[in-house]
Write a protein that binds this ligand. Structure first.
Ligand code: FMN
Length: 389
């Protein structure tokens, strides 16, 4: 079983994570992880926090001389901003006034502030928002980077691109090819269409001027996934369900669509389903369309896995929304934390990380072993088996 936990508050000393269940013998360096952390910090529309943080991982266990040991991999990523938050986030009790403690009594609509304060009997919503914050996704991206490295050893690659921002989008039915997605790396919003990206940037500038925020959507694509990951056997083994849960667990993600899943509800079966062909030369089944997004019956079918992920507008707005003070019950405009206008490019990187985790877990279920050699043998044998099918 591949599993991970994260810990850490947004303005605490560090984010912490333990990833358990990866085999021994995977080549892994800090650079593999730092590269992904840098990708998460990139993107037009981010706020001041990203200028302060330049994330670097410390690997505390599970790796020796550049190779995994098969033991739990523990990692930390320091919060550089901690230097400014030592009193408000102190572990020991301190006698501080509301300002010094940076207490939050005005919950922000759209955040965990109110629901969390009620649930945990907190009178200071900072007790909630520090952990609910998407700063936590830094640790997920570190975990995802390790999973990507594992998948890459078996020629499975994961990428993402921004598809829409607010109302700006290309034609709904257009599918962007793998090469174009990869080529969009490093552009301001990781959007594969330069003209649409230009309009997205204008939309972000407009929202910033209006003190507002915008949502959007991105697509995650996984290439090289063999047929047979996940299972039809049970609800919790179905690959689409596992991807849905993992992607919907990302802060601000409100919906996902596997392949052309949303369009499928209004399509005729004859238009929607991907007809099956056989390539004699390569001895493999294949499809000419991929409306299923690479998953049928909860099992990967060998085509690219494509999942679209829909993100709501960020909740913290310079133009504050109506709220009610937790203590006095007076009506207020909600308190403003430092905020992004859009984090869509970063959300895509987090989406890749969660996808890599789910695929690595399903891969280990199918080809499981304690070392890379053992898994490689199982993987090779299975690929031969389906070629001789
Ligand atoms: C990468 C990333 C960055 C985010 N940055 C912000 C931000 O700066 N301001 C904000 O209000 N919300 C931000 N969010 C969204 C909130 O964390 C999220 O809306 C909030 O925790 C409530 O959770 P929910 O939207 O899943 O219900 C971000 C989300 C992601 C994925």
């Amino acid at each position: 079983m591949l599993r991970f936990l994260t810990a850490g508050e947004s303005h605490g000393p560090a984010l912490v994570t333990i990833l358990d269940g990866l085999p021994a013998g995977l080549a892994l360096t800090r650079d593999d992880i730092d590269r992904e952390l840098a990708r998460r910090q990139h993107g037009y529309g981010r706020g001041g926090r990203m200028k302060i943080e330049q994330d670097r991982v410390e690997i505390l266990s599970g790796v020796r001389h550049g190779r995994t040991l098969g033991s739990p991999i523990s990692m930390t990523i320091a919060n550089r901003d901690w230097a400014n938050w030592q009193k408000p986030m102190a572990i020991e009790p301190l006698d501080l006034d509301d300002d010094e403690a940076k207490r939050v009594t005005r919950p922000r609509p759209g955040h965990a502030d109110l629901a969390g304060a009620l649930k945990y009997a907190a009178t200071d919503a900072r007790d909630i928002l520090e952990r609910a914050s998407a700063r936590e996704t830094t640790a997920r991206v570190a975990v995802g980077a390790v999973c990507r490295k594992f998948l890459a050893a078996f020629e499975v690659a994961v990428a993402s691109h921004t598809v829409s921002l607010g109302a700006v989008a290309g034609p709904e039915e257009r599918e962007t090819g793998w090469e174009a997605i990869v080529a969009a790396e490093g552009t301001p919003l990781r959007c594969a269409d330069t003209e649409i990206e230009r309009r997205m940037i204008e939309e972000i500038d407009r929202a910033r001027k209006a003190g507002d925020s915008v949502g959007g959507s991105f697509q995650v694509v996984a290439r090289g996934v063999p047929p047979g990951l996940g299972s039809h056997r049970h609800w919790d083994l179905r690959l689409n369900a596992r991807l849905a849960a993992a992607l919907c667990s990302i802060q601000s993600v409100k919906a996902i669509s596997v392949g052309s899943g949303v369009a499928s509800a209004s399509a005729a079966g004859s238009e929607f389903h991907d007809e099956i062909f056989y390539d004699e030369a390569r001895r493999r089944f294949h499809r000419k369309t991929n409306n299923a997004g690479g998953i049928e019956g909860g099992i990967s079918n060998g085509e690219e896995i494509r999942v679209r992920v829909y993100v709501k507008p960020l909740s913290t707005l310079p133009r504050a929304l109506h709220s009610v003070d937790l203590k006095s019950k007076e009506e207020f405009q909600a308190q403003v934390e430092r905020t992004d206008v859009s984090a869509i490019a970063a959300a895509g990187v987090v989406g890749e990380a969660m996808t890599a985790l789910v695929l690595a877990e399903a891969f280990l279920e199918k080809f499981g072993g304690d070392s890379m050699q053992e898994i490689a043998r199982n993987h090779r044998g299975y690929l031969e088996q389906i070629r001789d099918y």
